[in-house]
Design a protein. Sequence first.
Length: 316
Amino acid sequence: MASNIWVLAETWRGQVTETTLELLTLGREVAGQSGSQLEAVLLGDKSLAASLGAADNVLCAANVEPTPEAVAAALAQLVKERQPQAVLVPWTNLSMDAGALAAAQLNVPFVNGCKDLKSDAGTLVAQCVVYGGKLEAAVSATTASTLFGVLPGSRSAASPGNAPTVTDVAVTLPEAKVKFTKYLEPEAGGVDITQQDVLIAVGRGIQTQDNMELANDLAAALGGAVCGSRPVIDQGWLPLSCQVGKSGMQVKPKLYIMLGISGAPEHIEGIKGAQVVVAVNTDAAAPVFNASHYGINADLFEVVPALTEAVKAKKG
Ligand SMILES: Cc1cc2nc3c(=O)[nH]c(=O)nc-3n(C[C@H](O)[C@H](O)[C@H](O)COP(=O)(O)OP(=O)(O)OC[C@H]3O[C@@H](n4cnc5c(N)ncnc54)[C@H](O)[C@@H]3O)c2cc1C
């Protein structure tokens, strides 16, 4: 029998995350193909093992802080000792640091952006999203214990199933340079941009914070909300919860209007689910026009007030 397939269990506010359960579904498929067992690795609260019944066994080390440094050190230690065939790590903001660190410590590849994984005649082959979703690559893992960063949504979540067997494991951690202090989440009452039908996205082309009023007026006229590209969030003109893109939110509005955004892949990655995309940009060669259904090659300071007035007039 081949060595086991592992899933690193990710936890947030005392619960196992949905992505972990998705990885257990995928891990079960791969374990079935390679004739091996599926194990979850739980680094923290042992009581959460009850949610991981989709695995054959849960390896639990209870003394690990939820910091990338501690999780990586613990995972690397366990991999060295037990030599799994592969480790599936959630490719999320919570876990990607830990996965990359552990792979570096083990000197094994970290294949990230995986949306699928199969065992093909004993070799694990991952289907990976590269260049911000522009291309897909099939990556074969030729090294034992390769780590795979698997994207959220790769499978449906596994149901908890029966209580799994739990194996307590001990890890020795280096002295912590980073300590977990508290969870930080978006301010309560803020707009949830992932749930909006209409979004007005503002980019660096807006120039100043005062000019944000133009976007607010258009959003109010259309019954939508304002979000932004990273430079606008970095300036503090919108909260972090309003950033769209690779390191922000994935949105799926019916209408997404982009004002003064160049169309960098990291931004476009966040709007794959938008139904109609309209871009306003003074630069006719801006890449944003390749990613939009309608392009307005003009100055936003002329277009936006006129558009707002036209919407208001239409609505009466
Ligand atoms: C690891 C990583 C993660 C990242 N994650 C994200 C992310 O999640 N989200 C994100 O947005 N970015 C992200 N970025 C940054 C990204 O690469 C771009 O730098 C950023 O998206 C550019 O923002 P922008 O389009 O607003 O600004 P710019 O690229 O500076 O574009 C401004 C645009 O405004 C146009 N313009 C100027 N004046 C006007 C006017 N008067 N009227 C109309 N158009 C005008 C210009 O022609 C230009 O095209 C990330 C980068 C990295 C490396």
